[in-house]
Design a protein around this ligand. Structure first.
Ligand code: FDA
Length: 571
């Protein structure tokens, strides 16, 4: 193996990596190697079980990255999960297939990424997708499912749809009636994947309806194509760093890897090295390869190949909390449904206008706080621009400010939720020149008070929903946190212990190798090429310049589909 040369080496056989490897190897004269630290999970029931969310957590296919102690959020560290397997995080995630509000992707272009907008990404959402039409599955009749075919693909590799275990007991319709009865009603949204997410919906999942198993990136983009002789995958192989051609220019010529037998070797790439190791690994691989902030690299004895100080900055995630209520009725075993609502600022906040004005005044100081936390590597004036765009998205474009899930099981209604667009930004950097050492991950959860306010207000919103008929009549007492822990009329302060003590990472880390103009802190350009290099790209969640209101995977798949066309020279 050690003396082979490939045209392209893809580092990370996860959600994005397998898309790019598949599309590049469609070209018969092109050789592609995928390097994946994990193994195959084709027959792993913790992966395949569509009702098994969480079973893989803490097992050997979970990287379980740990953050630093979070000083603005009760002082404890958090575990940020990510899949270590062929298929990456798509093998352990919650299967949710939800995209973004169109205006959020348009903001990518507005900040300077020409060619990246909802209009240009929608064809790639569709290209990857194979929506299994629920009309073909009578068992789903009455479940309340709907979609608009104009926004979906039906022939792509990735199967998306609704499971046969979907409840069809009338709850969907009762929830709809409940949302209509709120003081500020939330309307039914027939298809939240249409670019307009606001409203109440039933969403599709990445699953194979016929087989009733999870659809992950490996099942969609690798296994059906594994006989291609120009597509190789090395499993249980850890990428350590990029190797460079001699000379001034930063041109990658390979990747140093540690093979499954423990041997370290270099595998050569004649065209490009493509990083797809995830938002919590790709920036670290760049640093290990000498691309980053010289002050950080020199601490660990790594020579700077490309001076690019914003590698690993701008780390954004969301915070997840959950409320629970008793259900008067017992829900059938082996059935599961999830209902989502996406309130806009006007629907979530009783005083949206005043709150918006107050937040606008605070943005300069928010930006200064983020900049000073990272030693002004990201400039306050640039952060301010990002924040102003985010403010416009919230208060002018009316994007969702929270995601509220409702899942009934047994005698419980569980309602997980999160503010969709926190402002806090942290960082990730290496802690050692040892490629297996844990990185220093600091998302700075709850650093900025708007993020906390949104998280509190979403909890109040959920309480209102459960106090509104007909759901109010179907639900019993609130068991988490419960009115004795957080009283009905609790002010923000009274919510703090619960929210900061019980939150978890929402597992949606992004922006650690941001696609942005270089002068405002970008790590990759609009062709996803790392600034200062001639042939290194990043194609995973690291490049997303702003958070999206859906979950990440659909956007990760679409970005990777578009990346493949860029690499092939089609765009
Ligand atoms: P991804 O993690 O998929 O791929 C990275 C790959 O690189 C992995 O296979 C990894 O093993 C490999 N790798 C890393 N370092 C390496 C090295 N040094 N050498 C070799 N290989 C290396 N989204 C959604 O849309 N719906 C949902 O329901 C959920 N739910 C959810 C739950 C949980 C628990 C998590 C953790 C995440 C989600 N998400 C989600 C998020 C979503 O799944 C995620 O953002 C994408 O799958 C990320 O895709 P990437 O390609 O960026 O990385």
């Amino acid at each position: 193996k050690s003396d082979s040369t490939y045209d392209y080496i893809v580092v990370g056989g996860g959600t994005s990596g397998l898309v790019v490897a598949n599309r590049l190897s469609e070209q018969k004269n092109t050789t592609v190697l995928v390097i994946e630290a994990g193994g195959s999970v084709y027959n792993n029931p913790n992966v395949t079980d569509t009702l098994g969310y969480g079973k893989a957590f803490g097992t050997d296919i979970d990287w379980a990255y740990e953050t630093t102690d979070q000083e603005y959020a009760g002082g404890s560290s958090q575990i940020v999960r990510a899949g270590k397997a062929l298929g990456g995080t798509s093998t352990i995630n919650g299967l949710v297939y939800l995209r973004a509000q169109a205006a959020q992707i348009d903001a990518w272009e507005a900040i300077g990424n020409k060619g990246w907008s909802w209009k240009t990404l929608l064809p790639y959402f569709k290209k990857g997708e194979q929506l299994q039409d629920p009309a073909k599955y009578p068992v789903l009749d009455g479940s309340g499912i709907s979609f608009d075919p104009a926004y979906h693909g039906f022939t792509g590799p990735l199967k998306v749809g609704w499971p046969s275990t979907q409840l069809n007991d009338g709850l969907a319709q009762k929830l709809n009636a409940t949302y209509q009865n709120l003081d500020v009603p939330v309307q039914f949204n027939r298809d939240p994947n249409s670019g307009d997410m606001v409203g109440y919906s039933l969403y599709p999942k990445t699953l194979d309806y016929e087989l009733n198993i999870r659809e992950d990136a490996a099942r969609a983009y690798y296994y059906p194509y594994q006989n291609r002789t120009n597509l190789h995958v090395w499993l249980n192989t850890h990428a350590n760093k990029i190797t460079w051609k001699d000379g001034h220019e930063a041109t990658a010529d390979g990747v140093e890897v540690t093979l499954s037998n423990g041997k370290t070797t270099v595998v050569k790439a004649s065209r490009e090295v493509i990083l797809a190791a995830g938002a919590l690994k790709s920036p670290v691989l760049l640093e290990l390869s000498g691309v980053g902030n010289p002050d950080i690299l020199s601490k660990y004895g790594i020579a700077t190949k490309v001076n690019l100080p914003t590698v690993g900055e701008n780390l954004q995630d969301q915070m997840n909390n959950g409320l629970q209520f008793e259900s008067k009725k017992s829900h059938a075993d082996g059935k599961s449904s999830d209902y989502v609502s996406y309130p806009s600022a006007v629907q979530l906040f009783p005083n949206s206008t005043a709150l918006g004005a107050d937040l606008l005044r605070k943005l300069p100081s928010y930006a200064a706080q983020v900049a000073s936390a990272n030693g002004n590597v990201t400039k306050a004036s640039d952060i301010y621009r990002f924040f102003k765009i985010q403010w416009d998205l919230i208060f002018k474009d009316g994007i969702p400010v929270a995601e509220i899930l409702l899942s009934p099981y047994g005698n419980v209604y569980s309602s997980e939720y999160w503010g969709s667009v926190p402002f806090s930004r942290g960082s990730i950097h290496l802690s050692s020149a040892d490629p297996t050492a844990a990185a220093i991950i600091d998302p700075k959860y709850f650093m900025l008070d708007f993020d906390f306010e949104a998280q509190v207000q979403a909890a109040r919103f959920i309480r209102e929903v459960f106090n509104t008929e007909p759901l109010g009549d179907m639900a019993g007492a609130e068991t988490t946190p419960g009115l004795s822990t957080v009283p009905a009329d609790a002010d923000d302060e009274a919510w703090a212990d619960f929210i900061k003590g019980k939150y978890r990472s929402n597992f949606h880390p992004i922006t650690t190798a941001a696609m942005l103009p270089k002068e405002i802190g970008g790590v990759v350009d609009t062709s996803l090429k790392v600034y200062g290099t001639s042939n290194v790209r990043v194609v995973d969640a690291s490049i997303m310049p702003f958070q999206v209101c859906g979950h990440l995977q659909s956007t990760v798949y679409a970005v990777a589909e578009r990346a493949a066309d860029i690499i092939k020279g089609r765009l």
